[in-house]
Write a new protein. Structure first.
Length: 547
């Protein structure tokens, strides 16, 4: 990133921050800890749809009859406080709400309707971009048009009529029933979370070995997208947890997913074999494919696939430059490597080659992995402009830990320890409107945090912790590392679908064990259970003394 680009980014950030400060100053704060709620919104949900609702000061027995229907769930959401909003400017209306914590109240004539957090999650109204003139699209608050249209339908009027003659209020809300989960971080809860993530991925493997790549928990809709690096990464974790549990169902699913790699996606890349679909091969697909196949070979899940391990390892080595960096792409038609670099791939290749070297006892794979790790951790003076941004180093730290016993690199360990310190320094804590976000490592001051970012950083934290302990790093530094790790794992487990907001899901059984993209975006893509599951499982194994 050039200095000019960084300056433009700083200007945009300043403009956004100013807009947020102005918006907050115009909207009075609300009390999220009142002695008693103002009222409660009681709803009955069935099959992911709301079937009944009642606004009452006595919610304990409201809609009891309606909730006795098979498959129904009674949900109580308390109104803690309310305040005004600016309706005339759509952007300020959207920015006036805390995503995941605030609902919207609308009044027309003598009728009142609420869009509760459950409603807004179901509508995907928090998972929306607000267009801001001069800045572009930002993900904050709620989608004004979607929310206003929903409330107008609830009140039986048109949106324009409601805007002209109705009123809106911001309402701070909290779900009372079913209770929101807050699991402790211990071996039992870690084991439950890790196995549930593996079971989610196992159910997602189709008969042909491909995955249900991404599913929206709120609607049940599946994405038509697909991605081979994520297929391979998900298969690595699925095999890992299947071996840990010795679970036959997960082992069969992992074998199908791996066979899909070797039977469909393993193709010629010049004199070597690689993972690709189409003319252009990327290094990440082959690196993570190699990682998955090594796991499967070591665990004897599908021993017939072991032959592909050497083929993929040889392809990765052939892509390495004399300076240790990799060429990240290969043009199959022209039969030549393409010397261009993107995030993740060098770290993935270093980690996978380190694993392959251990399995095959092949020194040249170890040498290639060690040289690549050296490239990753040599920081130039202008580091923030380096092509590998410091927010995405999880594969680097996996590689560092994998190589520690055979080719220890103290500089790489210090690199990972410094990175984890920066993560702890910027983690979310004491956000008054969202106390459940404590421990999250990604997301700005008002943006719902991503679970994927937190998960990938924590799987790297476990690898760093394992290597640091072997290296004799001080107990005080280890304690800081482990404390931050446990806090973030607590955040991740709080939002895992075990069960999560089951009442708004049309098929909660299918989603069980998944980790959503964020606290308000309930889409589950296969790499999210992979990253979070890896962090949880490897920390569990660390506590059990397996590392």
């Amino acid at each position: 990133m050039s200095p000019a680009a960084l300056f433009r980014l700083a200007r945009i950030y300043g403009a956004v921050l100013l807009a947020l400060v102005l918006a907050v100053s115009l909207v009075p704060s609300v009390d999220r800890h009142p002695h008693e709620p103002l009222t409660s919104v009681v709803s009955v949900w069935q099959g992911g749809e709301r079937k009944a609702r009642k606004i009452t000061d006595r919610p304990e027995r409201a809609l009891e009859k309606e909730s006795r229907v098979r498959g129904a769930t009674r949900v109580i959401e308390d109104v803690l406080d309310e305040g005004p909003v600016i309706v005339a400017i759509p952007q300020l209306f959207g920015l006036s709400f805390v995503a995941g914590a605030d609902g919207v109240k609308a009044t027309y004539d003598d009728r009142t309707a609420y869009a509760t957090p459950s409603d807004l999650l179901k509508l995907r109204a928090y998972d929306a971009f607000v267009e801001t003139p001069g800045i572009g699209f930002l993900r904050f608050g709620v989608n004004p048009e979607l929310v206003q249209t929903h409330l107008a339908e609830e009140l039986g009027v048109g949106r324009e009529e409601l805007l002209a003659h109705g009123s809106f209020r911001r309402v701070a809300m909290r779900r009372r029933t079913p209770p929101e989960p807050d699991p402790p971080v211990n071996q039992d809860t870690l084991r439950t979370a890790a196995i549930a993530a593996g079971q989610y991925l196992a159910r997602a493997v189709r008969e042909d070995g491909s995955y249900n790549y991404e599913i929206d928990a709120a609607t049940g809709e599946e994405s038509p997208d697909y991605n081979w690096p994520r297929h391979s990464g998900a298969t690595w974790y699925l095999a890992d947890v299947a071996i840990y549990t010795n679970d036959a169902f997960m082992k069969r699913a992992a074998a199908r997913a791996a066979t899909r790699l070797t039977g469909y996606a393993l193709v010629d890349c010049g004199p070597h074999r690689c993972i690709a679909e189409g003319n252009r091969a990327d290094l990440g697909s082959s690196a993570l494919g190699l990682l998955a196949l090594v796991e499967i070979a070591e665990g004897n899940v599908a021993p017939e696939l072991t032959g592909a391990v050497r083929q993929l390892a040889d392809f990765l080595v052939s892509q390495q430059r004399p300076d240790g960096e990799f060429k990240h792409f290969y043009d199959r038609e022209a039969r030549r490597a393409v010397d261009r670099q993107v995030l993740y791939y060098t770290g993935e290749a270093a980690f996978a080659l380190g694993r392959a070297a251990r399995l095959l006892q092949e020194p040249r794979y170890l040498t290639a992995a060690s040289r690549a790790l050296r490239v990753l951790v040599e920081r130039p003076a202008w580091y923030i402009g380096w092509r590998y941004f410091w927010g995405a180093e999880h594969w680097t730290c996996h590689a560092m830990n994998e190589l520690w016993d055979r080719a220890p690199d103290p500089e790489a360990l210090r690199f990972c320890l410094d990175w984890q310190e920066s993560i702890r320094d910027t983690a979310v804590y004491d956000r008054e409107s969202n106390p459940d976000y404590d421990g999250a490592t990604s997301g700005g001051p008002m943006v719902p945090p991503s679970l994927g970012g937190s998960a990938s950083r924590m799987e790297a934290a476990v690898s760093t912790l394992i290597a640091a302990r072997k290296a004799g790093i001080s107990a005080a530094e280890l304690a800081k590392l482990e404390s931050g790790l446990r806090d973030t794992l607590g955040f991740l487990m709080r939002y895992q679908f075990v069960p999560g907001p089951r009442h708004i899901m049309p098929n909660p059984g299918m989603m069980h064990g998944g980790f959503p993209q964020s606290t308000t975006n309930l889409k589950v893509r296969i790499d999210q259970p992979q990253h979070a599951g890896t962090a949880v499982l490897h920390y569990l194994e660390y506590l059990e003394g397996r590392h």
